[in-house]
Ligand binder design. Structure first.
Ligand SMILES: [Zn+2]
Length: 218
């Protein structure tokens, strides 16, 4: 059984890990193989750039995309780029990785306006359990947690609160923590065996990716 790293900016070669790798541009497209699923999108911090439409049309997952009130160009510009990429995801019916910092109201109103039914991964989730309930009620929502969230009391609460079928684990841009360490930590938080957590996260990842389109075997 593989470990799943549900969102990372680093290409890690490890026989026991399948990762959703966030790529920056088309030159990274050949990285796709049986252990690296690729995601591409213009991050809100860099929303002054234009997305490469051809790459958006190629990758298995669109993201990470979203809104950030703390960093990046104007909210108006961020919204414009976020929407444009969400429309591609809707047309292609592919899952999306979402980055949201202090912009929940804006993100939710855009998601409702566009009307998305495919899986949405709220990565590095750090909002409240109530917000998680709200997202689950309205969208096909998944939540992933990185080393940053493991130390936050509120995020630990959310991890315990959400249905385990919606949980994923990610290393994001962290250099110091391995996905193995994160699984050990989450297994401890949830008080379950690590093997069980691996099985659950694998199934969640398959469902997130819309099972039928994926070539992997357990
Ligand atoms: Zn990231």
């Amino acid at each position: 059984m593989y470990y799943v790293d549900a969102h990372t900016h680093r290409l890690v070669t490890d026989d026991e890990v399948v990762s959703l790798v966030n790529i920056e541009n088309r030159s990274d497209l050949p990285l796709r193989d049986e252990r690296h699923v690729l995601s591409y999108g213009i991050h809100p911090w860099y929303a002054d750039k234009e997305p490469d439409e051809e790459v958006l049309d190629t990758v298995s997952v669109i993201g990470e995309i979203g809104l950030d009130k703390v960093k990046g160009p104007s909210m108006e510009r961020q919204k414009q780029v976020f929407k444009r990429q969400l429309y591609v995801a809707k047309r292609r019916q592919v899952p999306v990785v979402i980055h949201c910092v202090r912009s929940w109201q804006e993100v939710c109103s855009i998601l409702s306006e566009i009307g998305l039914t495919m899986p949405l991964l709220f990565h590095g989730y750090s909002s409240s359990p109530q917000m998680a309930d709200d997202l689950l009620a309205h969208y096909n929502a998944y939540f992933s947690f990185s080393t940053r969230e493991m130390t936050r009391k509120k995020s630990v609460e959310v991890m315990k609160h959400i249905p385990i079928t919606r949980l994923l684990i990610e290393t994001d841009d962290s250099e110091e923590s391995s996905v193995r360490q994160l699984y050990a930590k989450v297994a401890e938080i949830l008080n379950i065996q690590e093997e069980e957590l691996k099985r659950v996260c694998w199934e969640n990842f398959e469902t997130f990716l819309i099972k039928s389109t994926q070539p992997f075997d357990k």
